[in-house]
Design a protein around this ligand. Structure first.
Ligand code: DON
Length: 572
């Protein structure tokens, strides 16, 4: 049984006379709780105030979808590096009536975008333009996604957005890592903004400073009062387009007005009796998760020790093959043909592994994509309620603070998601991922993603709710978290917090997270792998749902927020 673990983090109460959310939780004095075991409902997200906002909504009678909406909105205020209304995301839900939902609110290329828009006259890529400033932004999808979620929610939108408005208007104190993050992004904020974002001040930020976001509060109020139109039309749309005009941006009023979230068919596959529900295209995450789970299923990895040379090598070679397929076959299915059925078929995956040699490093020169005949900042939240609903949402601006450009007068950051397209075949994006024509830029097309919000069902009821940020390492982190629980029988806390490792085909390197076993590292080098140590892989939010062995079969939620950040688990 998990015991709550608190990371001490509190501030003096700086303000008094506040109401609502602030009255209950004092956003000027809060703690970060990493784990909780509870029975009514749980939220794990990147920020304690956002997790609390979600749990408040559950207590008010909302379901997991209500709580997921409120948590996303609160994250847009308290976690501006990735929480957003100027970005996009994916939602996977399992509803109490047994229905599984996949919502795609990924950003789109503006109508004026074109295949070679980031190439100079000599054909060389200009990644500065795809990664920073106005031209890097895709048409935001988050607000449309929130409203596309509303039919599954119970409470009025005004209740769900209230905590976010209050946190933006009345302020909240920032954590040590948030202060450091603002300070290191200051130069970029000054470079890519003509207005004065709330995140910039003359003296350095420090832990305990209060952040106020009045413009953002007003934007959220317009969304509360006018619904989706409060963002995609009228004043907010006008402010976005005016911002675009200040620096060669191309998002138009028409792009905004026409943006729609899309409900897609979930990826749903069996793994040793569990059903895994995850995100389809335009995320690559679900497909490559399915490939990886199926490549490992018959290899009895449970008998190999966690992080033994044998288990790490097997996972590495599986990841190599799945990521090679990602680079070669995947793109927006509304624009290109993708051989999804073949890619996840048993025959194909058996063939993919035919040249795997235990104890010997493979090579990305010889392992290309399979043969098929054809005609750095994101955030995740996991939510469960007592009714049997579970929601898994990953949402992103792409890099930390996205394009670094704040819409002047509207107070929110725009994404730099255009860099998730393949700006030129073979040219790596900011996560080192390469792609080809399938993921080339075209007007209105959605860029390929790695985000992998996932729910595992056991006996047709939610068992695990999981997801993470981390660019291309996302499918890896979800895969390894599932293997840790389902094969190595780890506790939720260990499954989340033990060091991870990553291979993405190109570059041909195994990335080892700080704290990875030295013995296994040396064994990998002996086998012929190039290894590189990196500080962090993923920030997983996991909820495991168990049943109390009582007559009523009451649920027990074990929620774990990754120790790699300020992430917090709340519940009741
Ligand atoms: O959609 C994607 O795959 C990326 N834009 C995600 C970026 C990300 O996870 C950054 N987080 N650390």
């Amino acid at each position: 049984m998990l015991t709550p673990r608190f990371v001490s983090f509190s501030f003096f109460i700086l303000f008094s006379g506040v109401t609502g959310f602030a009255q209950q939780h004092t956003p000027y004095n809060y703690t970060i709780q990493k784990e909780i075991t509870c029975s009514k409902g749980a939220v794990a997200s990147a920020h304690p105030l956002a997790s609390k906002a979600g749990v408040d909504i559950l207590k008010k009678g909302g379901n997991a979808v209500d709580a997921a909406i409120a948590t996303q909105l609160a994250l847009a205020v308290v976690y501006p590096g990735a929480g957003n209304i100027g970005g996009g995301g994916f939602l996977i839900a399992h509803l109490k009536n047994g229905r599984n939902i996949a919502l795609d609110y990924r950003e789109k290329a503006p109508k004026a975008a074109s295949r070679d828009m980031y190439l100079d006259s000599a054909g060389n890529p200009n990644l500065d333009k795809s990664q920073y400033g106005h031209l890097a932004a895709g048409v935001p999808g988050t607000v449309a996604g929130l409203f596309a979620s509303m039919p599954y929610a119970k409470l009025p939108f005004a209740d769900l957005v209230a905590p976010a408005i209050e946190l933006a208007e009345k302020g909240f104190v920032i954590t040590k890592s948030q202060a450091a993050s603002f300070n290191s992004a200051k130069t970029d904020f000054l470079k890519y903004n003509t207005g004065s974002p709330a995140f910039v001040k003359d003296s350095p930020w420090k832990e305990g400073d209060t952040l106020f976001q009045k413009d953002l509060a007003n934007t959220l109020k317009r969304i509360r009062d006018l619904g989706q139109k409060g963002f995609y039309e009228g004043e907010t749309a006008r402010l976005i387009v005016e911002e675009m005009k200040r620096s060669n941006g191309i998002i138009s009023l028409e792009d905004l007005k026409e943006y729609r979230a899309v409900e897609r068919k979930v990826i749903d596959f069996d793994y040793k009796g569990y059903r895994i529900i995850t995100m389809p295209l335009p995320s690559s995450g679900g497909i490559i998760l399915e490939q990886m789970m199926k490549m490992i299923e018959k290899r009895n990895i449970g008998a190999m020790k966690f992080q033994s040379p044998a288990s790490v090598q097997l996972i590495t070679e599986i990841e190599r093959r799945a990521y090679a397929d990602r680079a070669n076959f995947l793109g927006d299915p509304d624009f290109v043909k993708v051989p999804v059925k073949t890619m996840v078929s048993e025959v194909y995956l058996r063939e993919r592994m035919h040249d795997f040699v235990p104890g010997k490093a493979g090579s990305s020169d010889s392992t290309k994509a399979g043969l098929i005949d054809e005609s750095k900042e994101t955030t995740h939240l996991s939510v469960t309620d007592s009714e049997g609903n579970a929601v898994s949402v990953t949402t992103t601006l792409n890099g930390g603070y996205g394009s670094k450009t704040v819409v002047s007068g509207a107070g929110f950051l725009l994404n730099n998601e255009m860099d998730d397209f393949s700006v030129k075949p073979g040219v790596p994006n900011m996560y080192g991922a390469v792609g080809n024509e399938k993921n080339a830029i075209a007007p209105g097309k959605r860029m390929l993603s790695s985000m992998t919000p996932t729910i595992v069902l056991k006996n047709n009821a939610p068992y695990l709710v999981v997801g993470t940020p981390g660019g291309t390492t996302i499918p890896t982190s979800v895969f390894q978290t599932l293997v840790n629980v389902l094969e190595f029988n780890m506790s939720p806390s260990d499954a989340v917090n033990k060091p991870k490792f990553h291979h993405q085909w190109l570059p041909d390197q195994v990335y080892l997270e700080k704290g990875f076993s030295e013995t296994t590292k040396n064994a990998l080098i002996k086998m012929g792998y190039k290894v590189t140590e990196i500080p962090q892989i993923g920030r997983v939010e996991l909820i495991r749902i168990g049943l109390k062995p009582s007559k009523k079969m009451e649920k027990i939620f074990s929620a774990v927020a990754d120790h790699r950040g300020d992430d917090a688990a709340e519940g009741y």
